[in-house]
Every structure is written in C-alpha cells, then in structure tokens.
Design a protein around this ligand. Structure first.
Ligand code: PEP
Length: 251
C-alpha cells in the first residue's frame, strides 16, 4: 500500500508573516496524524521562517526550484546544498510554469533532478500535457517524452527518492479539474511506463500525485483512485483550512 502524500506549492505568494502563520496552522491542524505525508513548498526567501514554524511537527519542507550546480558564479540561483541547509527535504522540479513560462527543457530538468538526488534531496517531478496536446490525443506521447527526458540516467535506487506529479497544464490554476477517468488513465499509463523502464516493483512503490485545481470538495474522488497517491496543490494550499481539508480527504 502506498502512503498518500499531499504537498502544497505556494508558488510566488505569501510574505514572511503569512508564510509563518500558514505553516504553523498546517502543523496545528494536522496534529500527530501519520496516515498521510504532508509537505509545504514556500518561496526561497521564506524557507528559513517556515522551517522554524514546522519544527517538531510532521510537515516536511520543500523548495520550488534549484540550479543544478554545487556552487559558483550563477548570480541569483540557489544550489541543492543551500536547500538542504535551509531544512528542505523535497524540491519541486519540472513544474509547468517553469517549462512553459520560463522555457525549461527536459534536458535541463534532468540535470536538476540528478543534481538534487546527488545532494540528498527528494524530487517531486511534474509532468503533464497542454490542452492542445490532449485535444490532439498526444497526452501519452508527451508524458512519455517528459518521463524519458526527466528521468534519463537514473537508477532504480534513484527512483526511490522521486515522486511524480501528473499535472495536466489545462487544469492548473484554472478550476478545471481532470475527471477521475482522465486522471486514472494518465496515472496508470505513467506507472506502466515506469514498470517498463525500472521494473514492476519500482513502479508499484512509486508515489504519483495528481495536481490541477485540487480542492477539498473534489479531493476524495481523485485520492480514491487506484493509481493516485496524493496531490500537489497550488491555490488551495494557501489557505490552511482548504489544504487541511484536502489532507483529510486522503486519510
Ligand atoms: C500547482 O501549482 O502545481 C497546481 C496544481 O496549482 P492549482 O492547484 O492552483 O491548480
């Protein structure tokens, strides 16, 4: 049985006080419930304050990006070691906003995945098709390309520190959630592809989150699907009661 994993992607929202209060409210609301793993991913400047607010609780800290070098003259960038130093366990990579707004390629995302894993971080790797790609019935081709590119050169052991997030781009921040059938079909395809590349056992162990307009009122129908192992939550992770409502739907 794979444990459910709910992560909040705060994107470029909050400020120091809001981030600290939000993190503290999630810790308080969660209590000692251990049936679901939970993480929050604030913007870089708030990692330290949020790490403080999470101390002693069971909510993990994640970052939203990194630069795939140990250190050096990379003005404005943040290394994997810096994220670890701030208390991060996870890093989100390959988010559609980085792919489509900031132009990241599968090859660059793969460098980031490898450098995160080499440093000791766990990776939440996002994949997902655009609306036009779904309408052209290219969803599986796109997922296959993103998986092959993003996971290139990884071993089975590396995969044990990867979580995949299937996030159809047309569902992110739009209020348009994938139907349970669309989500299950995509997740089952991803798991089959992983099985072909890394073996059945690795595929069965791999957590695959769904992301795209997850809210407390649609979470249960998604989290109850056989191949949906959690959620990557954007907008609804910015309100503690909504985020906790999604976590509870995963229990
Ligand atoms: C996301 O940012 O990964 C996301 C899924 O956003 P939202 O929940 O707002 O659609």
């Amino acid at each position: 049985m794979r444990k459910k994993f709910i992560a909040g992607n705060w994107k470029m929202f909050t400020n120091t006080a809001v981030a600290r209060d939000l993190a503290a409210a999630v810790v308080r609301g969660l209590g000692s419930e251990e049936r679901v793993d939970v993480a929050v991913c604030p913007p870089f400047p708030y990692l330290h304050s949020v790490a403080e607010a999470l101390r002693g609780g069971r909510v993990a800290l994640g970052a939203q990006n990194l630069y795939p070098e140990k250190e050096g003259a990379f003005t404005g960038e943040v290394s994997p070691a810096m994220l670890l130093d701030c208390g991060c366990r996870y890093v989100i990579l390959g988010h559609s906003e980085r792919r489509h707004v900031l132009g990241e390629t599968d090859a660059f995302i793969n460098r980031k995945v490898k450098s995160a894993l080499a440093a000791g971080l766990e990776v939440i790797l996002c994949i997902g098709e655009l609306l036009a790609e779904r309408e052209a019935e290219h969803t599986e081709q796109v997922l296959q390309r993103q998986l092959a590119g993003g996971l290139a050169d990884l071993t089975g052991a590396d995969l044990g520190r990867v979580v995949l997030a299937y996030e159809p781009v047309w569902a992110i921040g739009t209020g348009k959630v994938a139907t349970p059938e669309q989500a299950q079909d995509a997740h089952a395809f991803v798991r089959r592809w992983i099985g072909g590349k890394f073996g059945e056992e690795a595929a069965n162990r791999l957590p695959i989150q769904y992301g795209g307009s997850v809210k407390p009122d649609n979470a249960a129908s998604l989290l109850g699907l056989p191949d949906v192992d959690g959620a990557l939550v954007g907008g609804a992770s910015l309100k503690a009661d909504m985020f906790l409502g999604i976590v509870r739907a995963g229990l």
